[in-house]
Design a binder for this molecule. Structure first.
Ligand SMILES: *Cc1c(COP(=O)(O)O)cnc(C)c1O
Length: 349
């Protein structure tokens, strides 16, 4: 730390992203990326002709992407916001709506508390039940904004929209953010509810179910008032927040969603198969509706297995400490990757 750093910032603890090893030797099942490439149209459009236009700024209205997402969700483009990955969308939204603080579960996506610290937003962390489901009773007498990952991370458990609606109704004076990074793998989007609840902001990403993690593209759907608040902040901070190539890639991807639907089906199929295999090996798995499996080995010795898999060049995610310390989070890769994972695992057990 330099002596020049703002002293208010010296206590920040940055988020620890999953490891991104730069050689090709690992089977990488640690950051929930898709094992499948982007669709053909996306690959074709990112050619020389578009690269030659990189001397020009990108479209600060974000229209190429917000219009196609609006069509997909059956809303207007004034109901859609876009950002440089959903992490950026979440940060702007928490800053915009966090005056009274935020509530989110004790076990959830680790970035929420990092963002809250960055902007000095207070948080309360109601505990998940013992089975890792959300106890919504806490959110019925809540005095701040709410953020729910649905399906939750790293458990993959989906909270039915009827329960989300109870949270929305009980918190008319607070924004409720529903982070749907994984919703396309079996959940149901709350975006259908934005016309009914002015306090609802649905956040999504192209990183998981759209095979575009490296493009950095996220979005939000909500009332035009909430979206215009977000744009006000964006244009006070980084008006060209999404690069030209990513805007194009996102727009094309939405046009070609059928391809991504097929990829998601394959992932769900692989998830079901691998989860059954893990259970036959004595693992306990949560009912995941995401592109990962959250599994407790028979002896709860998740850390040892994580390390042994690492030595065999299979990378999964391990969250030390607390109630997650006996679990591994395993991204669902291709069938071939998962077979190698299972072989490595069997040789360890
Ligand atoms: C992966 C993930 C994100 C972040 O996605 P990016 O769009 O890549 O920034 C947001 N929320 C949850 C719950 C995630 O798992």
């Amino acid at each position: 730390m330099s002596r020049f750093l703002n002293s208010a910032l010296d206590a920040l603890t940055p988020y620890t992203p999953g490891e991104q090893p730069q050689g090709g030797t690992f089977i990488k099942l640690n950051t929930n990326e898709s094992p499948y490439p982007p669709s053909d149209g996306v690959l074709n459009i990112l050619g020389r002709a578009e690269a030659e236009k990189l001397n020009l700024y990108s479209d600060p209205t974000l229209n190429p992407v917000t219009t196609s997402l609006a069509k997909r969700f059956g809303v207007e483009s004034k109901n859609v916001y876009a950002g440089n990955g959903s992490d950026e969308v979440l940060a702007i939204a928490m800053y915009a709506f966090g005056e009274k603080g935020f509530s989110f579960p004790d076990i959830t996506y680790g970035f929420y508390s990092v963002i809250a610290d960055f902007f000095r937003i207070g948080c309360t962390r109601p505990k998940l039940k013992d089975d890792f489901t959300i106890d919504i009773s806490y959110y019925m007498k809540n005095d701040r904004a709410v953020i729910i990952a649905n399906p939750n991370a790293p458990t993959g458990i989906f909270l039915p929209l009827s329960e989300i609606e109870k949270i929305l109704s009980a918190n008319p004076d607070h924004v409720v953010i529903v982070d749907e990074a994984y919703v396309e793998f079996g959940g149901e989007s709350a975006a259908s509810l934005v016309s009914k609840y002015e306090n609802l902001l649905v956040v999504g990403t192209f990183s998981k179910a759209w095979n575009l993690a490296g493009a950095r593209l996220g979005y939000a759907v909500g009332s035009s008032e909430l979206i215009s608040d977000l744009n006000r902040l964006r244009c006070s901070f980084h008006p060209y927040n999404i690069n030209r190539l990513t805007l194009l890639a996102g727009q094309k991807a939405v046009e070609e969603e059928q391809y991504y639907i097929e990829c998601r089906k394959k992932i769900i199929f692989t998830r079901t198969r691998v989860q059954a295999e893990l259970e036959s090996l004595g693992f306990t798995c949560t009912p995941s509706m995401a592109n990962f499996i959250f599994a407790r080995p028979p002896m709860g010795d998740a850390e040892r297995i994580y390390k042994a898999l690492y030595d065999k060049k299979v990378l999964v995610r391990y969250f030390a400490g607390g109630r997650t310390k006996e679990y591994l989070r395993i991204s669902v890769g291709s069938d071939e990757q998962m077979d190698k994972f299972l072989d490595a695992l069997k040789s360890i057990l």
